[in-house]
Design a protein around this ligand. Structure first.
Ligand code: MG
Ligand code: MG
Length: 261
């Protein structure tokens, strides 16, 4: 069922979502060469729980062992935090965070650089971040879900990178995954109508090489089949009368190079 949220409910979602935006600002400083993905997970969990009534949604969700998903390089989503996974110069690492506060969920992801990255990697991050920005601009009443995927395609077209088509965005609210699905490919004017009060997680995932994916033996980690790098940027967005509203920005927006929202 496609559920519309009241203005008050949108505020509730933003209340939790701001925790993720603020956490990402902290992680921009924290993520350095030699840090382990377990250390990132522990920091994220403590940061989330330090806010009144906030919990990390992914902990235990369908049995997931971490508080947040941490995916390195060719890993696209659902990477499991590990004390033996130490980040190296030139790596990229995606942190995907869900927060539930007073019954309302928010979901956001960002791919971080570890030290200096190669030029192509920098380009991958730029294109993926721009794809999210372009997609968010389509989240207006009277538009269609297909407009969002079309905007992602338009941004990626001509770069040589590939959109991961088997993983999609989603509606979000009392549950982290609600209707509708929000694919990263689409045609303008197609798919469900966007209406005021819809809240959706928009999340383009882009790879340098193939768009084919596979799941590792751990049953969780999804990687590109050719092990090429992939990036992932996600925001929870409300379709409002006066346009899209990002609900997972920091309270005090932090402007940093290479990432626009
Ligand atoms: Mg997410
Ligand atoms: Mg999501």
């Amino acid at each position: 069922m496609l559920e519309l949220k009241s203005r008050k409910e949108v505020e509730r979602i933003a209340w939790g979502g701001q925790i993720i935006g603020t956490l990402f600002g902290e992680l921009e400083e924290k993520i350095r060469v030699e840090i382990t993905t377990q250390e990132i997970d522990t920091f994220a969990e403590e940061f989330i729980r330090s806010h009144d009534g906030a919990v990390p949604i992914f902990k235990g969700l369908y049995g997931f062992p971490g508080a947040v998903c941490i995916s390195v390089n060719e890993e696209i989503v659902h990477g499991i935090p590990s004390a033996s996974r130490r980040l190296r110069e030139g790596d990229i690492v995606t942190v995907d965070v869900g927060v539930k506060r007073e019954g309302w969920c928010s979901d956001s992801a960002r791919t971080f650089r570890v030290g200096e990255v190669e030029e192509e990697t920098e380009e991958l991050l730029r294109v993926t971040s721009e794809a999210l920005t372009a997609a968010i601009a389509e989240a207006v009443p009277g538009g269609h879900v297909g407009d969002i995927g079309a905007a992602v395609m338009q941004t990626v077209d001509g770069t040589g990178f590939r959109i991961i088509r088997d993983l999609v965005g989603h509606g979000i609210g009392r549950n982290v995954h609600e209707d509708p699905q929000v694919p990263n490919l689409g045609k303008r004017g197609e798919g469900p109508l966007l209406r005021e009060g819809m809240v959706i997680a928009i999340e383009p995932m882009i790879a340098v090489g193939t768009d084919r994916i596979r799941t590792l033996d751990d049953g969780w980690t999804v990687i590109t089949q050719d092990r090429s790098l992939s990036a992932h940027f996600e925001h929870t967005v409300a379709v409002m009368e006066d346009g899209p509203r990002i609900l997972t920005d920091a309270v005090e927006p932090v402007v940093r190079s290479g990432y626009t929202s």
